[in-house]
Design a protein around this ligand. Structure first.
Ligand SMILES: C[S@@+](CC[C@H](N)C(=O)[O-])C[C@H]1O[C@@H](n2cnc3c(N)ncnc32)[C@H](O)[C@@H]1O
Length: 285
């Protein structure tokens, strides 16, 4: 997928992410904690958050006293992040090609990301670009998804939609730019190595996406909101709603709701989806 296609995807895809920011932040809280813990932020540390989205890490870094800059390719994400963390520098740009050394705070002592670095058409160019904007001894710390078989989060609740659409949205595929681009740790290590990063560490982190945690509910409505706001459900809706009509579409949504209810954890009564990521660290020597 080219840079322009990624830009187009995130220009529209940002809406669901922005609307459901609080759900994502609650569900991904263990990942946020792992990235921030590994980054070991101190007052005055200069950080760059890559693919910063609505500014979760930028906000946390800023609260820790760090000098935080975020970069994102999506105007809607950048606007949301600016509103959320007005004291930080949030830049609209492509982290693969932008002159990152021109950004406020460069060269950065930490380059960090939560799920924002898997979308580059040329990952070696991108991670080289990030390294060139990192101070000597500065560190890269990010989280990215492992494989599809370990992450039903990419399919849970979507089954009824994907089985009905004639032309499904492009599948997420390991190795290609997209959420599971770095499912293969050897491929990822090679990319970082070729980009000049050293002391590369790729560590498995398993966690549970707890959709009930945010509101103290069973999590079904929260998961449904994320599913319907995502690119594949929006793609399916564009095809199915004109055929089914609004009532037919609502019936289908109700069936998905029932599927999610049936998938609740029998012990807790809440929707909990196991998930698997890599916590990645490297140093610029
Ligand atoms: C899965 S979202 C994660 C957002 C945020 N880091 C979070 O965890 O909430 C991926 C983000 O990466 C951004 N992105 C994708 N390609 C990018 C690029 N080449 N340069 C900068 N940002 C990019 C998208 O616009 C999107 O905001």
């Amino acid at each position: 997928m080219s840079t322009n296609e990624q830009k187009a995807l995130w220009a529209t895809g940002a809406a669901g992410w922005v609307a459901n920011e609080a759900i994502y932040d609650s569900v991904y809280a263990p990942v946020t904690a792992a990235v921030l813990g590994a980054a070991d932020l101190r007052p005055q540390t200069t950080i760059l958050d890559v693919g910063c989205g609505t500014g979760t890490l930028v906000q946390a870094a800023s609260h820790a006293g760090s000098s935080a800059t975020g970069i994102d390719i999506s105007p809607a994400m950048v606007e949301a992040a600016k509103n959320r963390v007005p004291q930080a520098e949030i830049v609209l740009g492509d982290a693969q090609d932008e002159n990152l050394n021109a950004l406020p705070g460069a060269p950065f002592q930490r380059v960090i990301s939560r799920f924002g670095v898997m979308f580059f058409p040329d990952p070696v160019a991108a991670f080289s670009n990030l390294r060139l904007a990192t101070s000597t001894g500065g560190r890269l710390v990010f989280a990215c998804w492992r494989g599809l078989s370990e992450n039903t989060i990419f399919t849970a609740g979507l089954e009824r939609l994907t089985e009905r659409v004639a032309q499904p949205a492009a599948p997420v595929s390991p190795g290609a730019p997209g959420p599971v681009a770095f499912a293969d740790p050897d491929l990822l290590r090679g990319i970082l190595d070729d980009s000049g990063w050293q002391q590369i560490s790729i560590e498995a982190l398993d966690f549970v996406c707890d959709f009930g945690a945010l509101n103290g509910t069973d999590g079904v409505e929260e998961r449904l909101a994320v599913v319907l706001g995502g690119p594949r459900a929006r793609h399916a809706r564009a095809e199915l709603e004109p055929v089914l009509g609004p009532a037919g579409w609502n019936d289908l949504v109700e069936q998905i709701r029932q599927d999610l209810r049936a998938a609740r954890d029998p012990g807790t009564g809440t929707l909990r989806v196991p998930a698997a990521v890599w916590l990645v660290q490297a140093v610029n020597r």
